[in-house]
Structure formats: C-alpha cells, structure tokens
Design a protein around this ligand. Structure first.
Ligand code: UTP
Length: 292
C-alpha cells in the first residue's frame, strides 16, 4: 500500500530553546534562511507524500501562516526585489488542501501527539517526521524508507549508531541484522541508561507506521519522562507485527539541541557560495583564537 500521508507532530513545548521558543514554535527556527519545518515538509513532498498532517498546539499559528498564501507580501515583493526572493516565498505554499491541521490540546508526549491524528490517517500505513531531526541526504530519507517498506511490508523506523553514553536521550532498539542497512527489531526501549541499553542503535525522527499502532497509543500509557511515548506503543505493536530498523544514508543534525542546531546552521551555510566566502575566514579566525 502506498504511503500517502505524513504526520508532523509540532505541538511540543521546545523548552530547550527557551526563551526563543516562548512565542515562536521550535520548528520555525531557521537553518540559514529556511525554517526547520520547511525542510521536513519538502522531504515529505519530494518523497511522494500527498497529504501533510500537522499536529499543532498552543502558540503554533506561525506554522499555519508560513504555509499559507500571503497576498500582501507577494504584492509588495513583485517588481521591487529580486525575482528569486518572490519565488522562494511562492514555493513554500503547497497546493491548497494538501495540509490538514489538528491540535494536541495538552502536550502529553510524542505518542499522544501522533494519536491525535488517528482519524485523519485512518486505516492505512503512514509516515511520521520530526522536523527537529534534520537529515542531509542525496535521496530523501523518507523516500529511502518507502523503498524498504515496499520490500518488507512492515513498520520501519530510521536508526543510527550513537555514542554508548548517549542512549538515555533516544529510543534504543534491540535487533538482528537482515540486510546491509536493514534489521529486524526484537525490542525497543525509551531512553535507557547506558548500562541497561540493549545496543547503541537509536531511533531517529522518521517512521513509517502501520495503523495498528493507534490501538496501542490509545491505551495512553505514560512512560519515560511522564510522557506518552511512541516507543512504548511500538514495543506493544511488536508483539503482533514485524517492525524493521533502517540505518539510513545521510547526515543527521539534532536541531532540538543547541549544539546540533548550530552545527546544522554552519554546515548548510558553508554549502552556500554567497555565505561561504565570508563565513569560512571567520570560522578559521575563531578556531585560531580557540587554540591560543
Ligand atoms: P521533543 O522531545 O524534542 O520535545 O519532541 P519538545 O517539546 O519539542 O522540545 P524540548 O525537549 O522541550 O526542548 C519531539 C517532537 O515531538 C513533538 C515536538 O513538537 C517535536 O517535533 N511533540 C512532543 C509533540 O508534538 N507533542 C508533545 O507532547 C511532545
């Protein structure tokens, strides 16, 4: 079955980025000149997704405005500025009706946010993208995962190796390798202490999920951090259905973390000729100062 819908949970509090996220959603923070959520939406559309489902919450109206047509802005830019600026504004807006919004009225956790999209998704496999996991890849990671889904017809989670001392920041899998980049998951645990972690393969914010996951999310079991965790629902799903891990091709930036966010900004800026020529000598100067 084709993966047509992608759910974007964007109702989190973004506490690690306060005070910046007091009135601006974390997903609207820019990497160079594009908000994180736009990279994520572009990844989905470039992977063939037809319907975008945003699970929003309080103080998230900027997200809705970002993906909406702005007549006044376009009119003002018309003829006054470079054509490419106007084009970049127009490109943001997907065809009308492509985005559906629902609201998580209390941020009870990622699992709960996804559950809020249950009736919009219905009974079909769907994708989940966490915009704060930004992944640079030649082929969009979601598209890579769709290929794996086609082969295995099972839920797929993106995974990558992390430092063993960092397992308590991630959902961690216990798995058995079945292909070059694919493994069959035997167990999942949310944020285990390094001494209890079954491996150092961490779940990253891209999923293809079978709709049965909603039955388990609906149980509203509170887990790590007092939140309703997706990992716990997947652990329950695993008793009934196969779940595969996919070690994706690409470089991931944890933009929910301050250091990761800065790294993404530097790498994406260095990729832009107009910025690189000024940024490179500046970075070299800073590095020299740090050494001395
Ligand atoms: P995070 O765990 O990064 O939480 O959520 P957060 O609230 O965004 O940020 P911090 O940790 O307080 O700084 C991962 C993803 O899940 C969404 C977030 O918006 C983010 O995209 N989420 C999280 C929800 O939609 N609802 C929730 O209740 C929790």
């Amino acid at each position: 079955m084709k993966i047509r819908k992608a759910v974007f949970p964007v109702a989190g509090m973004g506490t690690r980025f306060l005070p910046a996220t007091k009135s601006i959603p974390k997903e609207m923070l820019p990497i160079v000149d594009k908000p994180l959520i736009q990279y994520a939406v572009e990844e989905a559309l470039n992977s063939g997704i037809e319907q975008i489902v945003f699970v929003t919450g309080k103080r998230k109206t900027a997200l809705e405005d970002h993906f909406d047509f702005d007549f006044e802005l376009e009119d003002m830019l018309q003829g006054k500025y470079k054509k490419d600026i106007l084009e970049s504004i127009k490109r943001v807006v997907p065809e009308t009706g492509t985005i559906i919004y629902t609201r998580q009225n209390v941020p009870l956790g990622l699992g709960h946010a996804i559950w809020c999209a249950r009736d919009i998704v219905g009974h079909e496999p769907f994708a989940v993208i966490l915009a704060d996991d930004l992944i640079r890849a030649d082929k969009p990671v979601l598209s890579q995962m769709m290929d794996v889904y086609e082969e295995y017809q099972a839920s797929i989670v993106a995974v990558m190796e992390v430092a063993p001392e960092e397992t308590d920041k991630y959902g961690i899998i216990d798995s058995e390798k079945v292909g070059e980049r694919v493994s069959r998951i035997r167990g999942l645990v949310e944020k285990p202490d390094p001494q209890d972690a079954p491996s150092n393969m961490a779940i990253i914010g891209r999923y293809i999920l079978e709709p049965e996951v909603f039955n388990f999310l609906g149980k509203k079991k509170f887990g790590a951090g007092g939140e309703i965790q997706l990992t716990d629902a997947m652990e329950m799903l695993l008793k009934e259905k196969k779940i595969m891990g996919y070690n994706f091709e690409g470089k991931r930036f944890d933009c929910g973390d301050k250091a990761g966010f800065q790294m993404a900004n530097i790498e994406y800026a260095m990729d832009r000729k107009d910025i690189r020529d000024r940024l490179k000598p500046f970075l070299e100067e800073i590095l020299t100062l740090c050494k001395s």
